[in-house]
Design a protein around this ligand. Structure first.
Ligand SMILES: Cc1ncc(COP(=O)(O)O)c(C=O)c1O
Length: 339
């Protein structure tokens, strides 16, 4: 039974974005950072554990195992802490210190992978292989396997249902990032099951292989993946928009300075994804962007000017300037942030 803090998962707010972009359609953001574990991953994590318990695949001595770059791990760590289950999280050196501290605070056993898979050069592949190996060696373990677990996608039917209810079914465009593809697949399935007119727009990163392309360096958590997830299928989205790491940072900084919203990099990606569509979205249409988490977990990265300089070899102002020709007038040079 779902009780206590876990009852707070879902029913996240929608906020209208009036200042960050100069457009004639209605732009709203679904703030998934309002979930108790701080991200949209609370939804699939809770549903997977709940169904595991209901079907007997998880018992009180079962060890929960998952490979996560951060948010899925934190969501599971909180749920396992509440339910007195042991949890091993395989993460990697790209995880933020905040994610690792949160995992440990909730009592998770954390293993940090530092070597990419020799064949693919990808850390995610090593993480997944390690999770599989731990599950096999323990015997009494349950692998969440968010990249291939259909419950991950199914949990997001409710995400879209909440949006549809809030907007009385009047949703023209939905824009979200893809990593495991749980969000985009679940939201798309709900839209199709209800015969809604909503166009599903997935945002991917250069260097991600989800929708094609070749593997390359990516900086933003939750934005793209170095493998094509088991949850992927052709035709998942009506539109796929590619948003660069620098655009994500500029998007986050713009949301902070214009809307006073401190959100994570994949939220900046979704916002910039909607910006790419701004000439296509008709006046008066409703467009919803999904903001998967809050920005506190990225204070040392996206919201740190010194980190921006290290990554892009440019100051924050120079990043704005290099993107300025493609930015609408409302996006211009928000303030800098010191270390
Ligand atoms: C911050 C963040 N944004 C976006 C996503 C992508 O969501 P999904 O895995 O459902 O595709 C994730 C997933 O890990 C995430 O942590």
């Amino acid at each position: 039974m779902i009780e206590g803090v876990l009852k707070l998962v879902g029913n996240t707010p929608l906020v209208e974005l009036r200042k960050a972009m100069d457009v004639r359609f209605h732009l709203c953001a679904k703030l998934e950072g309002a979930n108790p574990g701080g991200s949209t991953k609370d939804r699939p994590a809770l549903e997977i554990i709940r169904q595991g318990l209901a079907t007997g695949k998880i018992r009180k001595d079962t060890v929960i195992v998952e490979a996560s770059s951060g948010n899925m791990g934190v969501a599971l760590a909180q749920i396992c802490a509440y339910m007195n289950l042991s949890f091993i999280c395989i993460t990697d050196k790209k995880a933020t210190p905040q994610h690792i501290s949160l995992l440990r605070a909730y009592g998770a056993q954390v293993e940090i992978i530092s070597e990419p898979d020799p064949e693919t050069g990808d850390l995610l592949v090593t993480r997944i292989n390690r999770a599989r190996a731990i599950v096999e060696s323990l015997g009494n373990a349950f692998w969440v396997n968010q990249y291939a677990n259909l419950i991950n996608a199914h949990a997001h039917h409710r995400t879209m249902e909440e949006i549809v209810t809030a907007l009385n079914g009047e949703i023209d465009y939905f824009v979200c990032c893809a990593s495991s593809c749980g969000t985009v697949r679940g939201c798309a399935e709900y839209v199709h099951s209800q015969n809604l007119r909503t166009k599903i727009c997935a945002v991917d990163a250069p260097g991600s292989v989800i929708f094609g392309g070749s593997r390359g360096k990516r900086l933003i958590t939750g934005h793209g993946a170095g493998i094509r997830p088991g949850l992927y299928r052709d035709g998942l989205a009506d539109r796929v928009i590619t948003v660069t790491d620098m655009e994500c940072v500029v998007g986050c900084r713009t949301l902070l300075s214009r809307e006073a919203l401190l959100v994570g990099g994949s939220s900046g990606a979704a916002f910039m994804g909607a910006r790419h569509l701004r000439d296509e979205i008709p006046d008066g249409a409703n467009c919803v962007v999904l903001f998967p988490d809050r920005g506190e977990r990225y204070l040392n990265t996206i919201f740190c000017d010194a980190w921006v300089r290290e990554q892009f070899n440019q100051s924050m102002d120079e990043c704005y300037q290099s993107l300025a020709p493609s930015l609408p007038p409302a996006i211009a040079f928000p303030h800098s942030i010191g270390r």
